[in-house]
Design a protein around this ligand. Sequence first.
Ligand SMILES: Cc1cc2nc3c(=O)[nH]c(=O)nc-3n(C[C@H](O)[C@H](O)[C@H](O)COP(=O)(O)OP(=O)(O)OC[C@H]3O[C@@H](n4cnc5c(N)ncnc54)[C@H](O)[C@@H]3O)c2cc1C
Length: 439
Amino acid sequence: MASRHSNPLLHLNDQDGSYPPSWYAATATGIPKTQSLQGDHRCDVAVIGGGFTGLSAALHLAERGYSVRLLDAHRIGWGASGRNGGQVGTGQRVAQDELEQKVDSSLARDAWQIAEEAKGLVTDLIARHQIPCDYRRGSIHANHRRRYDDHSRRFVDLLNERYDYDEIRYVPPDEMQALVGCKGYSAGTLDMGAGHLHPLNYALGIARAAMTAGAVLFENSEVTHIDTGDPVRLYTAQGSLTARYVLYACNGYIGSLEKSIGRRVMPINNYIIATEPLNDETVRGLIANGACVSDSRFVVNYFRCSADNRMLFGGGESYGYRFPRDIKTFVQRYMLKIYPNLKDTKVEYGWGGTLAITMSRLPYFQRHSANIFSASGYSGSGVALATGAGAMLAEAIDGVASRFDVMNRLPTPSFPGGSALRSPLLALAMTWFAIRDRL
Ligand SMILES: Cc1cc2nc3c(=O)[nH]c(=O)nc-3n(C[C@H](O)[C@H](O)[C@H](O)COP(=O)(O)OP(=O)(O)OC[C@H]3O[C@@H](n4cnc5c(N)ncnc54)[C@H](O)[C@@H]3O)c2cc1C
């Protein structure tokens, strides 16, 4: 008999089966037609989760000839993948110099290479499948304290010289002020190898490509119970799926479906607003070169202008499970600290999403048994890394696990106190980091 596992975040903040009230959902194109799982089905690989991880895995597995069934509890791209800042970053979430301190140099180099391949896969998929997602090059990292400027210079030198990565350069304070039209930042970096996109349209594009390759996607099909073994049997309210392999691609929404993931990967909510459309001159005054921006705060502000000239601003985290009642006002406070000149600009959309972090900020790739795999915990850098993870999961199932094994070797310690205590402890730690941001 199927028992219901507990997963509050899948249902707490959103309407079942509907996209959140985001600017992305309002401008989504090419939503594929799907059904929910009814009756009993069989396949080679069952993928749980229709975000970048699951969709990319489904596409790459179908291209390799596997029969694939993907199940999402709500809609394709309903989770973090359809709600995020759209920033396509370079490297792992942990900066490469910090990574070199954490792991041996050959592992650090392999992880860098994998992240570069993941970023390349994003632009490759967009080009190959003609995904209309407004991809634009350029990413600025802006220091909110002058004391970080030396580090930016050294970081650029490291990437230019040791990693032959010459897309990134140091941006001195006066140029930064001109690029990001506000006074709150000192120096930083500009990375033309990184960029930004419309994440929901990107997810929907991968979904269409996966379907064309033969994968079958089911929406409104929450997996409530799993019988592990060989084969594995998955149950939803109205059907079941028997599969040789299973991939968990649930990231922050995994709940207690696989408890061992919850010890190392923790959900965390984050919020974005979209203003009304602005005129071209105002947009150029906000971010002169059309890049996306993230800053050096631990509780990071990240922002960019959309293809239709809106300021999309993300900031503010909360450590309970519930979204704030008034997300627009909650995030607007952060935006006005950076751009007080937007005080009379109307905020038209505000939404939240759940991402997943690990203690080390490095993703958690795991082989739970011979036929069950997972990848999650991208810690806010999943546009590229989750897309890459899907390809690596597909390779691992197909018997080529070298890249998956590199990611599996990255350290991702358990949260102290396991899944019960991790939230209160995180709230304490984040309060400290938020205070430190202001010093
Ligand atoms: C507000 C916000 C801003 C962000 N900004 C950025 C950014 O600018 N750049 C960046 O690189 N990353 C960013 N991220 C992180 C990025 O969005 C994630 O790392 C990435 O989308 C993870 O993809 P995923 O496929 O692993 O998970 P998700 O996209 O969350 O997908 C998981 C899916 O699993 C489904 N699911 C869960 N449990 C079940 C079940 N039992 N049965 C069936 N389906 C289930 C859910 O419905 C969901 O659709 C941000 C995240 C948020 C929330």
